[in-house]
Design a protein around this ligand. Structure first.
Ligand SMILES: *Cc1c(COP(=O)(O)O)cnc(C)c1O
Length: 396
């Protein structure tokens, strides 16, 4: 038996060599941002927009300063006005309610189910009762809801769907990439997501009017034709007078770092899922003391983290489990904390959002734990972590 794991849960894998080279080129050129690229050349940001649109299978892409900015621009480009209700999951990360709040929308929370995805029955009920015309669907921790049903509900109620794909870059449902089900997909390239530029985000859409507005808002200064994926000039005609500037386009250095990572993404997804499966194999025999969320057969996830519930654990029991694992070198987080710690995903910690009753979500979050699976872990590392987790959960 291994007493202690010595790997780091916050160490991401090294960036590809090509990222160093590309970054160096950008630094030497001093053309770090906006429209200083040489005539007849494409800036790295524009190249990234072309490369990501191709990877995603979307017509248009806009590279943004963060995932949160991509969400805000998406909401504005989709037409959210002050006071409009926006439906979203009761379980997500703070940038999601934050973006809705920032554009003046009213966050309208929907319950999740035991598999940690939005509860489609509650979504349908709240679509009817609230009359909301927007859904920001957060694929939190990479778990995909029944996308066939989501699309059907949105069609029936004439709801504009924006997907928050911060945890599902490269994931699919029935072979279709997450982010391609609604009007807009938003992605994050923050260090702990699936490609790493420190801070950063991407927005994709097939709608030329939406990308026209989004580009102007990102700070095009009427140089929109120098972006990577540009719609017909007519889509800028109204937008350029009506859309305020948010100065939120990604700079060339970050785009240069990301470009080579897109080529490695599909391999990284296989590597993450392999790590998840190893750890899951250690936990499954301990069911029902520990419960893993079920994945639908139609979904191929990107398991860059693992979630599990340990029902019937008291608050003190949960804190003790975290401490006992920490002593053995395994770092887990708990969504049931009374106060935000490390990150905030509990809806009742967002005091800027009108308080809402979500008894089912609260019940599931109370005993839900979360662990990162960085690709810097070897498969043997994952066996050690899995064994320690299983031991300590068994004792809890
Ligand atoms: C990280 C994240 C985002 C976007 O965050 P940024 O840090 O602004 O890029 C959005 N939604 C979820 C669920 C996230 O975890």
């Amino acid at each position: 038996m291994v007493d202690k794991f010595t790997g780091s849960f916050i160490q991401q894998s090294e960036l590809p060599k090509a990222a160093f080279e590309k970054a160096h080129e950008v630094l030497s050129s001093a053309r770090l941002h906006r429209y200083g690229s040489l005539p007849d050349t494409l800036s790295e940001s524009a190249q990234l927009e072309i490369a990501y649109a191709k990877y995603q299978g979307a017509e248009y892409c806009l590279a943004c300063t963060s995932g949160g900015q991509a969400l805000q621009i998406a909401l504005r480009a989709a037409g959210v006005k002050h006071g409009d209700k926006v439906l979203t999951n009761g379980f997500t990360l703070a940038p999601v309610p934050g973006s809705i709040q920032a554009v003046g929308g009213k966050v309208t929370l929907v319950e999740i189910n035991e598999d940690l995805v939005i509860d489609c029955n509650d979504l349908e009920a709240k679509a009817k009762s609230s009359g909301a015309k927007f859904l920001m669907l957060s694929h939190m921790r990479g778990h995909l809801a029944d996308m066939d049903r989501i699309v059907e509900i949105c069609d029936t109620h004439k709801i504009i769907l924006i997907e928050d794909c911060a945890h599902t870059m490269g994931a699919t449902w029935s072979g279709i990439k997450s982010g391609n089900f609604g009007h807009i997909g938003c992605f994050s390239t923050q260090t702990y997501k699936h490609i790493n530029s420190g801070e950063g985000g991407l927005l994709t859409t097939n709608d030329p009017a939406i990308i026209g507005r989004a580009m102007i808002m990102s700070g095009s200064y009427m140089n929109y034709e120098r972006h990577g994926t540009v719609p017909d000039a007519k889509y800028f005609e109204d937008a350029k007078y009506d859309c305020p500037n948010m100065s939120a386009r990604m700079d060339n250095l970050r785009a240069a770092i990301l470009l080579p990572q897109i080529d490695e993404l599909d391999q990284a997804i296989l590597d993450w899922n392999k790590r998840y499966d190893i750890i899951a194999e250690f936990l499954i025999p301990h069911s029902p003391k520990v419960i893993l969320p079920k994945s639908n057969d139609k979904a191929i996830r990107v398991a860059s983290s693992i979630q599990f519930r340990v029902p019937n654990l008291s608050n003190d029991g949960a804190l003790k489990l975290i401490d006992d694992l920490y002593v053995r070198g395994v770092e887990i987080k708990w969504f049931g904390r009374n106060e935000p710690a490390g990150f905030t995903s509990m809806h009742n910690h967002w005091h800027y959002v009108e308080s809402q009753k979500l008894p089912a979500t609260d019940r599931y979050l109370k005993d839900l734990f979360d662990m990162r699976l960085p690709l810097s872990f070897s498969l043997d590392d994952c066996k050690i972590v899995g064994q320690i987790l299983a031991d300590e959960i068994q004792k809890a």
